[in-house]
Ligand binder design. Sequence first.
Ligand SMILES: *[C@@H]1O[C@H](CO)[C@@H](O)[C@H](O)[C@H]1NC(C)=O
Ligand SMILES: *[C@@H]1O[C@H](CO)[C@@H](O)[C@H](O)[C@H]1NC(C)=O
Ligand SMILES: *[C@@H]1O[C@H](CO)[C@@H](O)[C@H](O)[C@H]1NC(C)=O
Ligand SMILES: *[C@@H]1O[C@H](CO)[C@@H](O)[C@H](O)[C@H]1NC(C)=O
Ligand SMILES: *[C@@H]1O[C@H](CO)[C@@H](O)[C@H](O)[C@H]1NC(C)=O
Ligand SMILES: *[C@@H]1O[C@H](CO)[C@@H](O)[C@H](O)[C@H]1NC(C)=O
Ligand SMILES: *[C@@H]1O[C@H](CO)[C@@H](O)[C@H](O)[C@H]1NC(C)=O
Ligand SMILES: *[C@@H]1O[C@H](CO)[C@@H](O)[C@H](O)[C@H]1NC(C)=O
Ligand SMILES: *[C@@H]1O[C@H](CO)[C@@H](O)[C@H](O)[C@H]1NC(C)=O
Ligand SMILES: *[C@@H]1O[C@H](CO)[C@@H](O)[C@H](O)[C@H]1NC(C)=O
Ligand SMILES: *[C@@H]1O[C@H](CO)[C@@H](O)[C@H](O)[C@H]1NC(C)=O
Ligand SMILES: *[C@@H]1O[C@H](CO)[C@@H](O)[C@H](O)[C@H]1NC(C)=O
Length: 553
Amino acid sequence: MIKVIVTWLWFIHIILCLENWPTLSDTLQVAIRSQRDVSMTVPIDQISNAGGSLNSMIFDQYGYTMDSMSYVDNFLTVGVQTFMVDLYWNEFTQVWQLCPAPIPNNVTSNIVDINWNNRSYKCDTNISTQTFLNRFNNFILETNTNFEVSLITVLLNLKSIHYTKSNMTIGYDSLFNHTIPGNSTLNATFSGLGTSLFTPEVLQTYRNTVAVDTTNMGFYNSSSALMPSLNMVLYTELRRIMLNVVSNELISSTRGYTITENDKMGLFFNDTLPTSIKATNSESMTHLCQNLVENFDTERTNFRFIIDNDFDPFTLSTVRQYIRCGLTPIFNATAYKVNSTRIRDLGQIFNAFIPYSLWSWAPFQPVTPNNQFTNSSSMSNGTIPYRCVLLNTNGWEVANCYDSYPFACQNSSSPHDWYIDPNKQKSYFDIDHDDCPEDFKFSLPRSNGEMLSLMNMTDTEVLPIWIDLNDLTVDNCFVSGGPYAECPYSKTITANTFVKSIAPSVVVGVVILILIFFEKVFRSNPIQTNRKRYWKRTLQDYYEKNDYEGVPS
Ligand SMILES: *[C@@H]1O[C@H](CO)[C@@H](O)[C@H](O)[C@H]1NC(C)=O
Ligand SMILES: *[C@@H]1O[C@H](CO)[C@@H](O)[C@H](O)[C@H]1NC(C)=O
Ligand SMILES: *[C@@H]1O[C@H](CO)[C@@H](O)[C@H](O)[C@H]1NC(C)=O
Ligand SMILES: *[C@@H]1O[C@H](CO)[C@@H](O)[C@H](O)[C@H]1NC(C)=O
Ligand SMILES: *[C@@H]1O[C@H](CO)[C@@H](O)[C@H](O)[C@H]1NC(C)=O
Ligand SMILES: *[C@@H]1O[C@H](CO)[C@@H](O)[C@H](O)[C@H]1NC(C)=O
Ligand SMILES: *[C@@H]1O[C@H](CO)[C@@H](O)[C@H](O)[C@H]1NC(C)=O
Ligand SMILES: *[C@@H]1O[C@H](CO)[C@@H](O)[C@H](O)[C@H]1NC(C)=O
Ligand SMILES: *[C@@H]1O[C@H](CO)[C@@H](O)[C@H](O)[C@H]1NC(C)=O
Ligand SMILES: *[C@@H]1O[C@H](CO)[C@@H](O)[C@H](O)[C@H]1NC(C)=O
Ligand SMILES: *[C@@H]1O[C@H](CO)[C@@H](O)[C@H](O)[C@H]1NC(C)=O
Ligand SMILES: *[C@@H]1O[C@H](CO)[C@@H](O)[C@H](O)[C@H]1NC(C)=O
């Protein structure tokens, strides 16, 4: 019962927070989840999930305030799993904080406008690093099921709030020593994440205990440090979040911060996690991608990011090309151009870009074509099984399992090695073990790197080709392993509830009733006007879509 109530409250919370925000369509949810599922067996450094920079996209624009914190929730809700954030060492108060400026002593309210280093910042003195981490803790709790679980990566830039003593800065010490709650070490700052944190210590323990690897991982780890698979981190170690310090601009001074061995036990640094971050305007895309393709075999273990900025923001097509060449995009610009319109609203930006940010599925896939009941050569009987997956020029797409195409054979011990025979075409059902050369098997790319190598070995005229992925056993549960592969969730969730968990119409129905109640309660409150309009629209859309009976509109 408690659980049910919590679920309702959660839905209300989501609906309240998402005023202009996209909710993920069913299709996107399926796409994101199946991308996660196919990547379960590859090491976590090969996983690629588009991310956003919180400072330039949220905090610098909307302030370091509580309202901005709900944007962090929104990012999480729409499936963002990589976050970049700047963390400041306050030399005046000797604690870590999010606000990039020191807080003056004479503050009279908790929201302060501060000028610092020729920039002005709006900071809420009630916001601590703990407030921020709690958003992640809440999300982790809410999604702690086999079905929803994900690994969050936080990329940290360490910076100093520093001043040099001069006759211009006399008295600064006592002027800016207002303390906001915080911790005086990095390790303590993040200890609130508790056992959700995937730490270098956990990694070291894994490395010490793991025996010889049986899967592909031997390949990935042959050139560099051993990394566990996503499956291992999420389901065995039960870790949900990792912190990776990607830049260190701490200023050394008598009041500065020194990174300790203890910090290195909780957070990853460049010596424990090889990471490369390139800026979009640093070199040409072709050059960047070519380098990657050429060096892939020698630099396998490597987190690879590409970050944009206002001089060279991602577009729908460039972001796809970057993902295609094995990079994970970090959105860091304040405005984007989509269909020659400049958009600044975060909700709009995400709406436009999310479908283009998966390395696997083509934008707006997986969908069954509308014409599935007509125009097919291979069908004479009833429904056409549009339930098998092809690799095409734009990514994966659903196709008719009975149609014949070439198919992707992957080297069992070297997953970046593929074999495709353009002249050998079969239906998905007919592809057999011995249709691939020795040591190769019919398979699919499980990371953007494997995808990159497959695309690189395949001339575009050969596409589309079958990859080993289908949802034949349970609708929308994409699995590899041939037509008889089972949906991993079907043991705990029946086919019927699987569909329901994607569109929980019963729960939503109840929430709608609660919302109607809320709407009446808040009718006289002017602050709620916008929100009310939003609810009205949501309700209206919902009635229209679902043909609800007995509910007044
Ligand atoms: C991110 O954007 C900010 C401006 O909003 C810019 O100053 C910064 O250099 C960008 N980061 C990178 C790594 O390009
Ligand atoms: C706090 O002190 C600074 C410098 O003395 C001054 O510029 C500012 O107006 C003061 N703010 C308040 C709220 O008193
Ligand atoms: C702030 O601006 C002034 C004048 O433009 C400049 O002299 C000073 O170096 C700047 N300070 C910082 C910290 O950038
Ligand atoms: C901010 O903190 C102060 C005490 O530090 C508290 O009185 C106030 O209610 C808080 N404001 C908000 C909006 O939480
Ligand atoms: C402050 O120092 C500068 C040089 O660093 C000097 O030119 C200036 O006269 C000093 N101002 C005062 C008020 O001492
Ligand atoms: C800030 O500095 C002033 C003057 O040195 C001192 O009186 C005050 O107690 C300090 N406040 C804090 C919070 O340290
Ligand atoms: C970190 O700081 C917060 C707020 O001051 C405090 O509640 C918490 O106990 C501190 N954590 C550690 C490990 O010191
Ligand atoms: C450092 O952080 C880790 C993980 O959060 C924790 O287990 C450990 O006790 C911390 N060490 C200290 C000295 O706080
Ligand atoms: C790690 O970063 C530090 C500076 O932040 C740099 O001096 C060092 O060379 C880097 N180490 C590696 C292995 O990249
Ligand atoms: C851009 O245009 C395409 C088709 O012209 C349309 O489907 C899409 O919704 C548009 N995107 C945005 C964000 O307006
Ligand atoms: C539909 O037709 C295909 C071949 O066209 C056949 O293999 C399949 O068994 C048929 N399905 C049913 C349910 O009859
Ligand atoms: C594959 O990558 C190499 C560069 O390493 C390039 O020379 C070659 O043309 C690529 N092949 C295809 C089909 O893209």
